[in-house]
Design a protein around this ligand. Structure first.
Ligand code: GDP
Length: 608
């Protein structure tokens, strides 16, 4: 066992040597930096910068356009150099800009491509996170980690190239890889049943994500208690795959007593972070563990016109620092534009009063000119007052998705009627990547810090880890997570458990096979006995028949003897006598013939 463990350790150390390439070191370093920096940044923000996601460019008409537009959305090479030099790896996942609405054909532009002018990078300024508060702020004794003395490397100068080298094609490589890999997004919908959640999801993705047979909407599955259920659909648009996971919470707010009805939702969100943390902290981990974290939560507010209900306030307060909440006013067609405007103002006022953290759409998405203005105007529409409809109505030759009333049609995709388009554009077209980035760099990091500090989801010390709040305790928790030996032990334990499980499974299989074999043997034994019995019976019947025939023959013989007055023995004797007489007669005749021949041959002089 010891030798096995040693060889396992050796293998691990080999793996570690392989892994110690700069990007992974940087990654680890960045995690440490992030951990230690989180409490030094004013406002409690974690130090990871969140570059605003770029809005997808319009479909490139020419190759040059495509290259220049895509490269504009990517981090520039000098910046990466600088980042590596400081040992802080920044996630550039949002640099992959895919025009989901009308992406260019997936075939990448061929090389050589025209050189793309690269402007000098701006001085890297750590962008504070948009999270208003960080959980680390709550820790009374933040850990003070010694900052490693990193060698200062001068910023490289931009040099003019004499010709086209080809690294301008890098964005295309990233683009191709991202398209090939596909995208994953998890959207949670929360709200009382009947507020139009399923209808809105179907309208958002222009497909029956919820259909009555396969995935009935949450209200069709109303439960007595709040449940959290997921449905996964694979959507494909112009060759780009999106694995969309819809998390819904049937039963939310439907009970008479709704206290703690948010708890299953908090547990679900945190379980996803936990899964991700475990996958990330394994010694043998995947390059990109599957991201099942909840990236966005659409919270449906009933169109009461009076403001938020206590349940709305409680839910958003509790979930605001765990997930990106986007408040949505359901069934906006039930309000007049003035009522809707007042209602929105009231909601925003209450959100401010109760210090509720909702997802803050970044003002800039990297677009300039009209694009940026449009983003700004759409951003001002929060909370989005939406109308959902699954019916398409024909009017003046136009096909409109909307709700038809005697006095007119409430068009879903009309910004003058509701904010549906604003919501869809912001969530899917322009900010989907940002939602994922904020989930990863704010909410997940907060969870990670809480976990390392031994705090529970409400920021209070975890009962089992209460002394971990001091810097040493915090450090210990940190070391437990990042200590390779502890991890090795943990993985060894897991491996042993796995082996034990496999052994017991094999034992079970063996037992089942033995049982099967025994049953088969018993069956064939029974079959043999059955056949033996059948043969025995057949032979007995045959013997009986023969006896019968023997008896019949004997009776026949006795009758014949009686009739003829001869016995069978007499007859036999006579027959023998007759036979012997015939034999004797035949012999005499033969001798006589022989004599005649010899006489003739003597006369002719021929010897026979
Ligand atoms: P869920 O339980 O939240 O999933 O709600 P559903 O999507 O099943 O919708 C419940 C009812 O509300 C259905 O009859 C829908 O047709 C209707 N509905 C959905 N969206 C809207 C809307 O925007 N306005 C109005 N007036 N009714 C809607």
């Amino acid at each position: 066992m010891r030798t096995m463990f040693n060889s396992f350790k050796k293998r691990l150390s080999l793996k570690k040597v392989k892994r110690s390439e700069p990007p992974c070191d940087d990654d680890l370093q960045s995690k440490r930096e992030l951990f230690f920096k989180s409490d030094t940044v004013s406002g409690g923000g974690v130090s990871a910068s969140v570059p605003p996601s770029a809005a997808p460019p319009a479909p490139p008409s020419t190759l040059k356009d495509a290259l220049s537009k895509r490269s504009a959305t990517l981090p520039e090479p000098q910046e990466t150099n600088h980042v590596e030099a400081n040992g802080i790896a920044t996630k550039h996942s949002n640099s992959v800009s895919v025009d989901v609405s009308k992406p260019p054909s997936t075939a990448p532009p061929p090389t050589p491509a025209p050189p793309v002018p690269i402007s000098a990078p701006p001085a890297p300024v750590p962008t504070p996170l948009r999270s208003t508060e960080n959980i680390m702020k709550k820790a009374e004794h933040p850990p003070v980690a010694p900052k490693p003395d990193l060698p200062k490397i001068e910023k490289p100068k931009t040099k003019e190239l004499d010709g086209y080298v080809g690294f301008a094609n890098l964005p295309n490589q990233v683009y191709r890889k991202a398209v090939k890999k596909g995208f994953e997004f998890t959207l949670m919908v929360v709200g009382e049943s009947g507020l139009g959640k399923s209808t809105l999801i179907n309208s958002l993705f222009l497909t029956e994500v919820y259909d009555k047979d396969k995935h009935p909407g949450p209200s069709l599955r109303v439960k007595k208690t709040v449940g959290v259920e997921t449905s996964v659909v694979l959507l494909k648009e112009n060759g780009v795959n999106l694995t969309l996971t819809i998390v819904d919470t049937p039963g939310f707010g439907d009970a008479v007593d709704n206290s703690n009805c948010w708890q299953p939702i908090i547990d679900f969100v945190e379980s996803k972070y936990e899964e991700f943390l475990n996958a990330e902290s394994r010694v043998a981990r995947k390059a990109a563990p599957p991201d099942t974290r909840v990236h966005c939560c659409l919270y449906f507010i009933a169109p009461s016109g009076h403001g938020l209900k206590p349940l709305d306030v409680e839910f958003m307060q509790r979930l605001g620092d765990k997930v990106n909440i986007i408040p949505v006013i359901a069934k906006a067609d039930t309000m007049t534009p003035e009522e809707c405007k007042d209602f929105k103002e009231q909601i925003m006022k209450e959100i401010g009063q109760h210090k509720i953290k909702i997802y803050d759409f970044p003002e800039s998405t990297g677009e300039e000119g009209d694009g940026a203005d449009v983003t700004k105007s759409l951003r001002a529409r929060v909370p989005f007052a939406v109308v959902g409809a699954n019916t398409v109505i024909e009017q003046d030759g136009r096909r409109i998705r909307g709700r038809k009333y005697p006095w007119g049609i409430a068009e879903v995709e009309n910004l003058e009627h509701c904010d549906f388009l604003a919501l869809r554009n912001m969530v899917i077209r322009t900010h989907l990547q940002d939602l994922k980035d904020v989930t990863s760099s704010v909410h997940y990091e907060n969870y990670r810090c809480r976990k390392l500090a031994g705090l529970s989801h409400d920021g209070k010390p975890h009962r089992t880890n209460s002394n971990n709040l001091c810097p040493q305790g915090l450090m210990n928790s940190f070391m437990t997570v990042w200590n390779p030996l502890a991890q090795m032990e943990e993985e060894k334990r897991e491996h042993d458990l796995k082996m034990e499980k496999m052994e017991s499974e094999m034992e079970q299989i063996f037992q089942t096979k033995v049982r099967d074999k025994r049953a088969k043997l018993k069956e064939s034994e029974a079959e043999l006995a059955r056949r033996h019995e059948a043969t025995r019976r057949a032979l007995e019947a045959q013997a009986r028949e023969l006896d019968e025939r023997q008896r019949a023959l004997n009776a026949e013989r006795a009758a014949w003897e009686r009739d003829t007055g001869l016995s069978l023995d007499d007859l036999r004797r006579r027959s023998l006598e007759a036979n012997s007489k015939e034999t004797v007669d035949g012999k005499e005749k033969k001798d006589k013939k022989k004599k005649d021949w010899s006489f003739k041959s003597v006369a002719t002089g021929i010897s026979i």
